[in-house]
Write a protein that binds this ligand. Structure first.
Ligand SMILES: Cc1ncc(COP(=O)(O)O)c(C=O)c1O
Length: 486
């Protein structure tokens, strides 16, 4: 049998070397009604897709550049939304486009593998780079899946597995479930489950799978009609801003939340597999708590023998000004598990060695680590480092927050609660309707911001966003608020 000739894919006309000379785009420019006629025509064709009803933009992703998202009608939006914090380096960053043209990337896309069993050298380089440079301090293992919510689901599983093993050992039973008596193994197959619980916080969002959903409490619409585990929920303090004005109120809220957490842990003594928390509750309305709150929560979880799971799906990968937001919490020891997603281009978690799940068949997914996405993740991490994007996020983020604070002072009846870390920024409008009105007026002026919680404006700029981009956005926000103030 003769072998097929090499496909010559690289010889195809895919030379993007002209990319740097492509015309630059303005930061923002709206030239049609929104959506424009071409976007509307595409949207009308896409109705087969269940999610077609809430699509906002049909993007021209060749023309889009940096923080400027260009749509098919030639409208240009200064993008402070970044696809719900998925975007890190802006559109068509040369480092990512270059990686996507490499032979190894093309082959990784063309030859999907079940990575735990079959992979290529590039995968080992990726995990080595994570281990040596990018993993949070003290975390000895990584587990990769496709999406953020799957990473959370997997971390919760790892916590339950370790908890179950410890409980069996304490009861004089074998640690390995395959060594259990046959009738106990049968009851496992028949959904015996466990009475162990995960403690989460009011307002949290941890993903939409049926596991994480039981730890998610941000919106009724996410959970209605779905089965849920009877896991306890602790109150979340949700600091008021500016902090200096609300110091007493915030201290009280934190003390009450921690007391409630302690009561819950006591009431479920020996049955708490994990306490899961976001460093900033993002989907639930950009709700913050102080570093001291997290330190005490970690202490309480540790005392209860529970894993502390930090969900950094949205807060990770530099948006708060450190690679992982929890670096700013000064925890005395690493979290037991830390979930990632979004800007990492894949979901997953880092774990301390105590939560390493080694036994075959316990934690597994066919793909478990997509090599193409890992190449983009690594290039993103390297660009964050080489371009000092963390420094940019810290400095430009401070500027952005101070300018939002000015707006809140100028329009106190409309804008309030300016808050954030780095580029994870938000402020409130008085009602959901006012917030939505604000967002659509800003969009019509070419600034794409987003919503969170019931009445908050969520800002998630790409990490490359500059001070002049910020000033441009603030100019638009100012004009919109002035218009709304009437
Ligand atoms: C904190 C947090 N956890 C989990 C998820 C779920 O991630 P994904 O939608 O990629 O599954 C999200 C998504 O917004 C999130 O913000």
């Amino acid at each position: 049998m003769t072998r097929a000739p090499a496909c010559g894919i690289l010889a195809l006309p895919m030379d993007f070397s002209d990319r740097p000379t492509l015309p630059s785009v303005p930061l923002r420019r709206v030239v049609t009604e929104l959506p424009g006629p071409k976007a509307r025509a595409w949207m009308a064709r896409g109705g087969f897709d269940m999610q077609s009803r809430y699509r906002a933009v049909v993007m021209d992703d060749i023309a889009s550049r940096g923080c400027s998202l260009v749509d098919v009608d030639g409208n240009v939006f200064l993008d402070l939304f970044a696809n719900f914090a998925l975007g890190a380096l802006g559109y068509n960053h040369p480092a990512l486009v270059e990686v996507a043209h490499r032979e190894a990337f093309i082959r990784a896309v063309a030859n999907p593998t079940s990575t735990p069993f079959v992979t290529t050298p590039a995968w080992f380089e990726f995990v080595e780079a994570l281990e040596q440079r990018f993993a949070p301090r003290g975390m000895a293992r990584v587990f990769c899946v496709d999406a953020g919510g799957e990473g959370v689901e997997s971390a919760i599983k790892a916590a339950f597995i370790r908890h179950g093993e410890r409980r069996r050992e304490a009861a004089g039973l074998p640690r390995n479930p395959l060594d259990l008596p046959e009738e106990l193994q049968k009851s496992i197959l028949d959904n015996a489950g466990t009475d162990a619980v995960v403690v989460s916080f009011a307002g949290a969002f941890h993903g939409r799978g049926l596991g994480p959903m039981s730890a998610t409490h941000s919106k009724v619409i996410h959970k209605a009609d779905l089965p849920a585990f009877p896991w306890p929920t602790a109150p979340f303090p949700a600091s008021r801003f500016p902090l200096a004005r609300f110091a007493d109120e915030n201290d009280r809220a934190e003390a009450e939340a921690l007391a409630a957490l302690e009561r819950i842990l006591d009431a479920h003594d020996g049955r708490v597999a994990a306490v899961i928390v976001e460093p900033v509750q993002s989907e639930g309305g950009d709700r913050h708590a102080s570093p001291a709150f997290f330190r005490r929560a970690q202490e309480l979880a540790g005392k209860a023998g529970a894993a502390l799971i930090l969900d950094e799906v949205q807060t990770g990968m530099g948006i708060t000004g450190t690679l992982w937001a929890h670096e700013q919490l000064e925890l005395p020891r690493p979290p037991d598990l830390m979930c990632f997603g979004k800007k990492m281009q894949m979901g997953g978690f880092f774990a301390t060695s105590a939560y390493d799940v080694a036994q075959f068949g316990r934690m597994y997914q066919t793909r478990n680590g997509d090599r193409a996405r890992s190449a983009i993740a690594l290039a993103t991490l390297r660009a964050i480092e080489s371009e000092d994007l963390l420094g940019n996020v810290r400095a430009t983020g401070r500027h952005f927050l101070s300018r939002i604070e000015e707006l809140c002072e100028r329009y106190p009846a409309l804008a309030s609660e300016p808050r954030g870390r780095g580029f994870l920024l938000a402020f409130d409008l008085p009602t959901t309707a006012a917030r939505d009105d604000f967002l659509s007026r800003a969009l019509r002026r070419g600034v794409f911001a987003s919503y969170t919680g019931t009445r908050s404006v969520r800002l998630r700029p790409h990490l490359i966003t500059t001070v002049s981009d910020v000033d441009e956005a603030i100019g638009v926000f100012d004009a919109v608020l002035r218009e709304m103030a009437g």
